[in-house]
Design a protein around this ligand. Structure first.
Ligand code: AMP
Ligand code: MG
Length: 499
């Protein structure tokens, strides 16, 4: 028997659990069609997570579905409402101004929700156009998958679909839709929304939804809502440590961009640290420098206090809500950051003075501004003992990143003395350090190069970058060009909230 020309495609079965919440939580509405869509890039890994038929990827039907032109079988599209604090100021009601949740499903790999970003206006668009441009969609797509490759909790991205429809930003650009996939998209601001309106019943419904869907273990606690708050606080602390350890800067850590599940959420003007400066502002629109690299752990805690205040009606005892943060966040961040820094520096086990040594290391970085990623990756190549060789020869990979070689040598002497206190064979230590210090991160200039080509309809660079960023800790000599310092043309690159 001959195979039929087009095989029937088996779509995953949706449960749409968020849509089962009362309609006060969202507005049901279909995405707005985008004429003549095309596939810019897709992630087979994410397609696998949600059980999409492999034969669908990259087809015209795929482009039509994820542009929002053709319904995904079983979907029940909606835009959710939330509020939030933006740049430290209460902003009132926000919501999915350009995101459509298509639906959710549960499979052996977890609970997944599928969301289009940029598929048209919603009741929460606040006068904006509901669209996203190709530039920012490629950035979100690549960074979601890059963070997943780094092993950092994040929303994922299935694809970017482009279209020639013009979209007005500082200049005219073209429209795109990025499909995000995550266990859930509930934000700190989703809770602040109901608390700010004294709508305690909805507040509790939302908390119950999060607990029942994602954190059933919280039910066993004396106060499940207190347990949920502590869970969010703990995960957020761990997430901040992970961001800091790879030099990731989110750029817009408003409470509406903070995930209740501890995921990296809403990629906009993010950046990865290059020449180290703890005061670096990656978002050109952040005039006060609220979201600098060094501020991120403090801002996350401030955001958690906002969440704790929103949880007050559920926890009832006022002091207890903020206490839940104080008793978890610092410990989670501190323990994770210490563990990650120990791995990055190749320390086999912890010693009492390690915090000082880590501080000294950041002091060196701040004073001499080497490239953050290259510094730690170069360190993985160095032996624990000089063994008669000159530093000029043995330590060249690291020394070459410094103008002041003597400063580098002095720090290396301290590092070697510290290594000697907890000996670890070089081969093993170096392999462990490589697994903690990525060779490849999504540098702005790499994203920019891929975007410039994509604007000319050449998507090969987006795809090549994606392939590289899947395995950021591997050597991958074929991608050596992606591990380079930013070229001169990239020195003026600025990223703003415009997306
Ligand atoms: P962001 O700064 O990207 O987190 O966005 C803040 C809020 O503005 C969110 O509620 C977004 O949904 C909304 N928003 C941003 N850009 C647009 C747009 N082009 N159209 C509609 N809503 C938007
Ligand atoms: Mg946002």
């Amino acid at each position: 028997m001959n195979a039929p020309e087009s095989l029937p495609l088996e779509f995953p079965v949706f449960d749409n659990s968020f849509a089962a919440l009362p309609e006060t939580f969202y507005t049901r509405l279909a995405p707005q069609p985008l004429p003549a869509p095309y596939v810019v890039a897709s992630s087979a890994e994410v397609a696998g997570l949600i059980g999409l038929p492999a034969g669908l990827l990259e087809t015209q039907e795929f482009a039509e579905i994820f542009a929002g032109n053709q319904p995904l079988p079983g979907a029940d599209p909606l835009a959710a409402v939330y509020s939030g604090h933006q740049f430290g100021v209460w902003a009132g009601q926000l919501g999915d101004g350009r995101a459509h949740l298509l639906g959710g499903l549960r499979n052996p790999q977890g609970h997944w929700e599928i969301q289009l970003k940029g598929a048209g206006r919603t009741p929460y668009s606040r006068g904006a156009d509901g669209r996203a441009v190709l530039r920012s969609s490629i950035r979100e797509f690549l960074c979601s998958e890059a963070m997943a490759g780094l092993g950092i909790p994040t929303t994922r991205a299935l694809c970017v679909i482009g279209a020639d429809q013009p979209v007005r930003r500082e200049e005219i650009e073209t429209a795109a839709v990025v499909t995000r996939v995550a266990p859930g998209f509930v934000r700190f601001g989703s809770f602040e929304h109901w608390a700010s309106r004294d709508r305690h019943s909805e507040l509790q419904q939302l908390a119950d939804y999060v607990i029942d869907t994602f954190r059933p273990e919280c039910r066993a606690a004396a106060n499940p809502y207190d347990a949920l708050l502590r869970d969010v606080s703990w995960r957020t602390g761990e997430l901040m440590a992970q961001w800091m350890a790879v030099g990731f800067m989110h750029g817009v850590m408003n409470t509406d961009n903070m995930s209740i599940l501890g995921l990296t959420l809403d990629y906009g003007p993010f950046g990865f640290m290059e020449a180290f400066d703890a005061g670096h502002i990656c978002n050109h629109s952040d005039h006060q420098g609220r979201y600098t690299y060094r501020n991120q752990p403090h801002v996350a805690q401030w955001n958690l206090y906002c969440l704790a205040d929103a949880f007050l009606p559920l926890i009832k005892r006022p002091k207890q809500a903020r206490e839940a943060i104080d008793e978890t966040y610092g410990d989670a961040f501190g323990a994770s950051f210490e563990r990650l820094m120990r791995s990055k520096l190749g320390l086999h086990s912890g010693l009492a003075d390690d915090e000082d040594f880590v501080g000294e290391t950041f002091g060196l970085l701040q004073q001499h501004r080497p490239d953050f990623t290259l510094f730690f990756r170069a360190l993985t190549k160095l032996p624990a003992v000089l063994d008669g060789e000159t530093p000029a020869k043995t330590d060249a990979p690291l020394r070459d990143l410094f103008v002041d070689r003597a400063a580098c040598d002095a720090w290396l002497a301290t590092w070697r003395a510290r290594l000697a206190q907890t000996p670890w064979p070089d081969g093993e230590r170096q392999a462990a350090m490589r697994a903690a210090n990525p060779k490849y991160v999504l540098r702005n200039w790499l994203a920019e190069k891929a975007i410039r080509q994509a604007k000319d309809k050449d998507f090969s660079e987006v795809r090549r970058l994606l392939a590289c960023l899947r395995k950021p800790y591997d050597e991958q000599p074929e991608f050596e060009d992606y591990a380079a310092l930013p070229p001169d043309w990239a020195s003026g690159l600025e990223v703003s909230c415009s997306s």
